[in-house]
Design a protein around this ligand. Structure first.
Ligand code: 1CP
Length: 356
């Protein structure tokens, strides 16, 4: 039975339809800056168990929505669920970050990688989505997500987080065909995974290409963007209720925004190293834009935060097609009260840009 969304601002804005005010959500809105998140994570014992227990993943997904009038929920999970489901063994090590027990270095490693069945190895994500949709009861849309093939490949080749991506870049330079095989395999896995998320109830999709900006322009086109386009082409972007808009985020991609728009995505998430009004002029009415406040602005006082919100709204200007967000994830040191200031400021100050 199709369910009408009570607050449909996010979907409308991504489809560039008129809204009464600019929708807002925060990248990593469920996370360590919230004391209630830290409490649930403690209850879970560790991060991977938190992700893999649908009741707890549902609980932390909803936590930021209980505090703030956000216009969307994003399923609590991680981009590294896919490599974990391929057997790499994900662990989150305190103050180090995510690590894999096994990494990928040869063609034979890649050939051995299974293609996870989203309703088997990743069923816990689908169950969490079904649970969150039930709990949300149509209040706001639920965003599903995945990492991009290139960003997932960097973690799989490096064995975890990296500063300079030396192993991944070495494979790109010395064995591009091997890397292409891994990227194609990841593309197949991401398409299955995101389509399963849509079937389970995700109402918008976001693809995080956090490390695409580490590539040169020709390498970005060949090793990252082309695979995101393939994913976009194979997503069934309609669920039982609505169009399911797809948003791409490559951090550090400001010189490539026109190329990203060419993929046919609905929205592009942009970081804070660009002026959103100028980016809007470059893409015209082809796509919606999401962003782009510097996450470190949330360390400032109320006056500065509100001033920055005003300046971003003003830069984007009148009319639909803007989803307010940070240019990257919120950090653990942020005072939760400052998020309330941000969300209220977006809703209050944006109404003047949406009058008929
Ligand atoms: O409790 C903890 O200490 C864990 C910290 C944490 C959290 C809260 C990790 C480990 N992942 C998450 C959740 C998460 N990851 C979400 C939740 C939904 C939300 O509320 O927004 C999302 C969307 C992600 C996506 C993700 N994970 C990305 C892409 C987006 C981005 O921020 O760039 C990446 C690169 C990851 C890998 C990852 N997982 C965790 C960390 C600390 C990292 C980054 C490590 C690195 O810098 O390489």
């Amino acid at each position: 039975m199709p369910q009408e969304l009570k607050n449909n601002r996010l979907i409308k804005a991504l489809l560039r339809e008129p809204v009464d005010m600019t929708p807002v959500w925060i990248m990593r809105q469920a996370g360590r800056y919230l004391p209630e998140y830290r409490a649930t994570r403690k209850k879970a014992g560790d991060f991977v168990t938190l992700c893999q227990t649908p009741e707890l993943a549902c609980e932390v997904t909803l936590q930021p929505l209980l505090r703030y009038p956000l216009d969307a929920a994003i399923i609590f999970s991680d981009i590294l669920t896919i490599p974990d489901a391929m057997g790499l063994g994900l662990k989150l090590i305190e103050s180090v970050g995510p690590r894999f027990e096994r990494s990928i270095s040869t063609l034979s490693d890649i050939k051995k990688l299974p293609l996870p069945d989203p309703e088997q190895e990743l069923k816990y994500v689908m169950d969490a989505i079904r649970l969150v949709r039930k709990e949300l009861n149509g209040n706001v849309p639920l965003i599903g997500f995945s990492g991009s093939p290139w960003t997932l490949a960097t973690y799989m080749i490096e064995g975890g987080s990296s500063k300079n991506f030396s192993k991944a870049k070495k494979m790109l330079d010395k064995e591009p065909d091997t890397l292409h095989l891994l990227l194609q395999h990841l593309t197949d896995a991401v398409v299955l995974y995101l389509n399963a998320q849509i079937n389970a109830g995700a109402q918008a999709i976001m693809i995080f290409d956090t490390w695409g900006g580490m590539l040169s322009t020709p390498d970005y086109m060949e090793f990252s963007l082309s695979y995101m386009k393939r994913i976009r082409d194979y997503l069934k972007t309609k669920n039982s209720e609505n169009r399911v808009p797809v948003t791409l985020f490559t951090k550090g991609a400001n010189q490539w925004i026109e190329d990203i728009a060419e993929t046919g995505c609905d929205g592009i998430s942009i970081d804070w190293n660009c002026n959103i009004g100028e980016v809007r002029k470059r893409v015209g009415d082809r796509v919606a834009l999401q962003g782009n406040m510097d996450p470190s602005m949330l360390r400032e006082d109320e006056e500065k935060i509100v001033g920055e919100v005003r300046s971003i709204l003003d830069s984007y200007g009148h009319g639909p097609g803007h989803v307010f967000n940070l240019g990257h994830g919120i950090t653990p040191d942020i005072n939760p009260e400052n998020v309330a200031i941000l969300v209220d400021a977006v809703h209050d100050l944006s109404q003047q840009y949406h009058k008929k």
